[in-house]
Structure formats: structure tokens, C-alpha cells
Design a protein around this ligand. Structure first.
Ligand SMILES: C[S@@+](CC[C@H](N)C(=O)[O-])C[C@H]1O[C@@H](n2cnc3c(N)ncnc32)[C@H](O)[C@@H]1O
Length: 423
């Protein structure tokens, strides 16, 4: 318990300083010996971040001055008391020992008192939290205000979905096995599964009822499946691919959609990502699935440096974004993102859109996609592009709202798509 609380508070401290879990976990988890402990710390940190609004509110209700250096240990401990199956006394005792190990022996009594006070006043704190937006909805105040403005009718569902653990979804590689045959393999291993609800077109998606380590998913190493959210699985089919087309995946890493494109059709794919380390993931995925694409680690906007002058028939532009549609999967995002970041993403997306457009053939199509639910990165961005680019039109299926938004729910993440055609 002590190791769990120490490691979890270390992770939480780093996230609160602005680091993402993608960087924090590799640094902190390798310090723990056992895989079980690593998994417990991951779950604890994910959970604490999901409910951080309430945890911070509780701590402020219990202390007049926050004890410097021990704040995150207290937050993690309140999380474990409130949301885990660990025995309360074990959490409190481990928090006291952790405080001593962290060099705060003199404050060990305070840690004990704060946590025991939480147990005594839990009910009252919960009642008060109902009147505090950040504590109740578990997002920063600006984000809450924004979602209320942007999605007034759906805001409650968005907030409740962000607290859920994401489901584990698989994409069956139908070049290697049919959906029917693959689910039989799951049945043989007693792995419970379901198909996505009918409101979403993901023909080869299977959702597992319980998380299973990737190594234990039948056929993963043999390339029979990939792990990919159901929402993300709707992207590649929207490109309307035909055999022999030249396709550019302009922001490709880690390659989930690159591989899906190649599973769907016999096309020639160039997969670009400016991050060489992330591009290695694309190459690993291609190899695992026995697929072939040309990969380039380069800034896509620097067209002179990589383009051979031959236009593309289809372009997938899966741009970097606020990731506001995937907070249930990455709960650190809702605390580290700043409102001003949206504008930087918008500018970056504009540069990518303008560059990609140059290499699209006349009559060709570019699918613009984000995992954001903020209009600035989605429909407003598309409106800007259509005003800017006189040879661009939006495909009729997307025209009504300048794109198609899938809001996050209990089965999938949030995504936005807009199919643009070069006149
Ligand atoms: C949303 S992710 C792409 C996810 C990917 N399409 C998939 O489905 O696995 C965005 C990617 O864009 C890359 N990126 C950002 N700016 C870029 C640029 N100027 N040129 C190429 N890649 C870029 C980032 O490194 C990141 O990997």
C-alpha cells in the first residue's frame, strides 16, 4: 500500500505540473518491481485524475492551509478511501508511513488527522460538493463553461461519460480473419465481447466486456486484430477508397488508421509523422499486421522536403488537437489543458490543412479529423478553410453542419470528421 500511495502521488504531482501521463508513467512505473503494483498505480492515478475536482474540494474543506509537499499524497489517499476497495484504516496508515518516507515525519500526525476527518465528515463534504461545479463535474471551470455553451443539450452525458473507464475495443483485420471466425476465438478463450451499438458504423469492431492485457488477446501478435476505439474505427471507411489509389496519411503515428486503410483496400499509402519515435510505432504496427506503406519521419508542412510531385487521390489529416473527446481515456488532459491551447491547436491545424491541400489531386478528397469536441477545431475550422480555399467544397453528406461530430459516450470516444473535395 505504501509503495502504491508513494508512486501514485509522484505521478499526480508531475501531471499537476503539466506533464502528460504518457511521459509520467514510463518514468515512475519502472521504479516499481511488480507488474501488479504497476497496474494498481495506473488505476489509482487514472481514478484520482477522473475525480480530481472532488478530491481537491475535499482537501480544501479539511485544511485551512494546504501542507506543502503532502497535497498529492492526501489527494490520492482520499481517492483510495472514497473510490477503491482498500480498507480505510490501511489507506490512512500507509499515508502516514508514506509521509514519513517522504521526509515529512513531523507532519505525519497532520496526515492522520486530515484523513480521519475526511472519514468523519465525508457525507457533509459530498453534499457541499454538489454546489461546486468543478467538484461535481470534475473538469476545470473554463472547460465546464465552454461545454455548456458549445453543447448545451448534451453536456450532462459528456461529463458523465468522461468519468467512465474506457472500453477495450478491437478492430478485426479482415485481410487475415473474418469477424465471425475471430469472435469464435474469443468465445473459446471465454472472453466476453459485444458489438458496438447500431448508431455507429464500425463493421469490424468488437468490444471486450472486461479489459484484457494485449498479450492475452487472441491473435494480437499474429496480426488478427488491433486495439482501436470504436469511434476511431469509423474514420478510414469514410475515405471511400478504391483499389490503386495514392493515399497520404499526413499525421500517421501511431498508425491505427494507416493500418485500417490498408486493411480496407489495395492502395499505396505514404504515412508521414514528424515525430520519429512515434513513427516507429507505425512501422511496428505495419509489420505486425503484414501490411506495407512508405513511412516518412518529417514535418508534413515542409512539402519541398518530401513531396515527389505526384498528387494524392485521398488524404487523411488526423490533426493534433486538444483531445477533448478522449478525456475518459486520458483523464490528465482535462487538467493540463489551458483554454489558450485551443488557439495554438487551431493555428497548427490550419497550417496542416493548407499544406495537405497542395498535394491533393483535383477531384480528390481530404478527410479532416480530430478527437476534439470543441467547435473551434472542428466545424469552425472547416468553415474557415472553405472561405480560404476557393477550390474546396464539402462533401454533401457532411455539409449540413460543416462536418460530423460523434460525441463521447460509454461505448466510444468523441470524434469529428469532415470530407473535403478539391473542385
Ligand atoms: C492525432 S495524432 C495521429 C493519430 C494517428 N492518425 C492514428 O490514428 O494512430 C497526430 C499526429 O500528428 C503528428 N504531427 C503533428 N504535426 C505534424 C506535422 N507538421 N507533420 C507531420 N506530423 C505531425 C504528431 O506527431 C502526432 O503523431
Amino acid at each position: 500500500m505504501i509503495d502504491i500511495q508513494l508512486a501514485s502521488q509522484a505521478c499526480l504531482s508531475k501531471v499537476k505540473l503539466g506533464q502528460s501521463l504518457k511521459t509520467v508513467f514510463p518514468q515512475e512505473l519502472e521504479k516499481l518491481g511488480s507488474r501488479n503494483d504497476q497496474a494498481t498505480v495506473k488505476n489509482t492515478v487514472y481514478g484520482a485524475l477522473r475525480y480530481l475536482g472532488y478530491l481537491e474540494f475535499s482537501l480544501d474543506s479539511l485544511v485551512s492551509k494546504r501542507p506543502h509537499g503532502l497535497v498529492n499524497l492526501l489527494l490520492v489517499s482520499i481517492y483510495l478511501i472514497e473510490y477503491s476497495r482498500a480498507a480505510n484504516h490501511a489507506v490512512v496508515n500507509a499515508a502516514v508511513s508514506s509521509a514519513k518516507q517522504m521526509g515529512f515525519g513531523k507532519l505525519a500526525g497532520l496526515v492522520n488527522a486530515v484523513l480521519r476527518n475526511y472519514l468523519r465528515h465525508e457525507f457533509e463534504i459530498k453534499q457541499n460538493a454538489e454546489n461546486d461545479d468543478v467538484a461535481k463535474l470534475q473538469h476545470q471551470a473554463w472547460w465546464i463553461k465552454k461545454l455548456r455553451q458549445d453543447h448545451p443539450g448534451q453536456v450532462d452525458d459528456i461529463f458523465s461519460s468522461s468519468l467512465q473507464q474506457p472500453s477495450l475495443a478491437l478492430r478485426v483485420n479482415t485481410r487475415s480473419i473474418s469477424l465471425e471466425k475471430y469472435v469464435r476465438l474469443l468465445d473459446e478463450q471465454n472472453i466476453l465481447w459485444r458489438r458496438p451499438k447500431n448508431n455507429i458504423v464500425a463493421d469490424v469492431a468488437v468490444i471486450l466486456s472486461q479489459p484484457v492485457p494485449v498479450a492475452k488477446i487472441p491473435g494480437f501478435f499474429e496480426g488478427l486484430i488491433s486495439v482501436q476505439d470504436v469511434g476511431a474505427q469509423t474514420t478510414a471507411p469514410q475515405l471511400g477508397l478504391r483499389p490503386g489509389q495514392r493515399v497520404l496519411d499526413a499525421c500517421a503515428a501511431p498508425g491505427g488508421k494507416t493500418c485500417h486503410i490498408l486493411e480496407l483496400e489495395d492502395v499505396f499509402v505514404t504515412a508521414i509523422d514528424k515525430d520519429p519515435k512515434r513513427l516507429i510505432k507505425v512501422e511496428e504496427n505495419l509489420t505486425r499486421l503484414s501490411l506495407t506503406a512508405k513511412t516518412l519521419a518529417i514535418d508534413m508542412c515542409d512539402i519541398g522536403a518530401w513531396w515527389d510531385g505526384k498528387h494524392y487521390d485521398r488524404i487523411l489529416l488526423d490533426v493534433p488537437c486538444s483531445a477533448s473527446g478522449v478525456v475518459r481515456r486520458h483523464p490528465d488532459i482535462k487538467w493540463i489543458r489551458r483554454e489558450k491551447d485551443i488557439d495554438s491547436f487551431v493555428q497548427q491545424q490550419r497550417s496542416l490543412l493548407s499544406a495537405a491541400w497542395k498535394v491533393l489531386v483535383k477531384g480528390g478528397k481530404l478527410l479532416y479529423t480530430t478527437c476534439s469536441i470543441f467547435p473551434e477545431e472542428n466545424e469552425k475550422q472547416v468553415r474557415w478553410f472553405l472561405n480560404e480555399q476557393s477550390d474546396a467544397k464539402i462533401d454533401t453528406g457532411y455539409a449540413a453542419h460543416n462536418g460530423h461530430l460523434i460525441l463521447p459516450n460509454d461505448s466510444h470516444d468523441g470524434f469529428f470528421h469532415a470530407l473535403l473535395e478539391k473542385k
